[in-house]
Ligand binder design. Structure first.
Ligand code: BTN
Length: 330
């Protein structure tokens, strides 16, 4: 069920009717009378709902019955799951897009409010950190981008990526029960394999952040065959970890709910509470790590997170070295 959170077309009215019928049959005639369209139009709308993943039982005598809400992304289910005041309220769900980052950035440039959310069933050019490609097959993942308008300086952006990792980690644990952990700075892993990546892209003007796009990719219901071969043993999904399909609409709402709460906490109390939460969810701390960045390769133990969100690495001679960017190996 793609569309926008603000429209309420006849498909919405039809869904309302079926939901109110609570699993009972509705005849084509009754539906057409109640929404004032022809029976052919009713049949076409039901077909559109089927395409969006809703499952109907059709009986020549009794009419139609909604069997299940289906597994497609659903604007209404996402909105129904929100407890936020702003995040996710302006919502667009698209069947297919090059990248939700690009789409959300366009909206931000045109003045979209903080919390505006773009979600897609499929991305044809999903992008990851450091110029990597983000594999985004249709119908099984969570590919979402949110507009942020942070007040702080550019140097605060890394803190926001850590905040995002905490929010998504909590949402994943709450909705799927999978014990995801954070690998610095903001990958989420389960049993050592990646299941979620986060990408914050800041648009800067005159040294200030004009807006920021927070992209989140969660391998929710991907199966082994959905990945390219070179990724097979490095990645996993919530489905593979838990054995059951996750309700992607509920997960998206949970991410927004967790994010808004932490974002407010951050505005009120600064980075310290976020830093502590991040540390408690981290799978990096205490581990031997290898850091590769512009300065080459360094080894040590991941010791903690600094005040700015930098990783503090303890070297063999006991020195604490801050790592601000790049990738680590654990
Ligand atoms: C990474 O781990 O490299 C970050 C991956 C971020 C992927 C998400 S999916 C939604 C949004 N749109 C994109 O093109 N990328 C982000």
């Amino acid at each position: 069920a793609s569309g926008t959170g603000r429209s309420s077309g006849s498909l919405d009215r039809l869904l309302d009717m079926f939901e109110a019928a609570d699993g009972e049959y509705l005849s084509g005639e009754e539906i057409s009378r109640r929404i004032g369209v022809s029976r052919t139009a009713v049949w076409k709308q039901i077909r559109r709902l089927k395409d969006a993943g809703y499952v109907f039982d059709a009986s020549p005598k009794l009419g139609y019955r909604l069997e299940a809400s289906g597994s497609a992304l659903d604007v209404r289910r996402i909105l129904a799951g929100l407890t936020t005041s702003r995040f996710g309220r302006d919502l667009t769900v698209l069947p297919k897009i090059d990248s939700t980052q690009t789409e959300a950035e366009k909206k931000a440039r045109n003045g979209a409010a903080e919390g505006t959310l773009v979600v897609a069933e499929e991305q044809t050019s999903g992008r990851g950190r450091q110029g990597r490609v983000w594999h985004s097959p249709p119908g099984r993942g969570v590919w979402m981008s949110t507009v942020l308008r942070p007040e702080g300086p550019l140097t605060a952006v890394p803190q926001l990526t850590l905040l995002a990792a905490v929010a998504v980690c909590r949402a994943i644990r709450g909705v799927s029960g999978v014990e995801a952990g954070i690998k610095w700075p903001n990958d989420l892993l389960a049993n050592g394999r990646k299941l979620c990546g986060i990408l914050l892209e800041a648009v800067v003007e005159d040294g200030r952040v004009r807006h920021c796009i927070m992209g989140i990719g969660i391998d929710a219901n991907l199966e082994e065959g959905d990945y390219p071969e070179e990724l097979q043993d490095k990645v996993t999904s919530l489905l593979r970890e838990s054995g059951t399909e996750v309700d992607r609409s509920a997960l998206i709402a949970a991410v927004m709910n967790e994010f808004e709460q932490l974002y407010m906490l951050y505005a009120q109390e600064g980075f310290e509470p976020i830093r502590l939460l991040w540390e408690s969810l981290s799978v990096t701390l205490g581990r031997e790590i290898v850091v590769r960045d512009v300065r080459g390769e360094r080894r040590g133990t991941a010791h903690g997170l600094g005040e700015q969100g930098e990783l503090l690495m303890k070297t063999e001679d006991g020195a604490l070295i801050p790592v601000y960017s790049g990738d680590i190996e654990i």
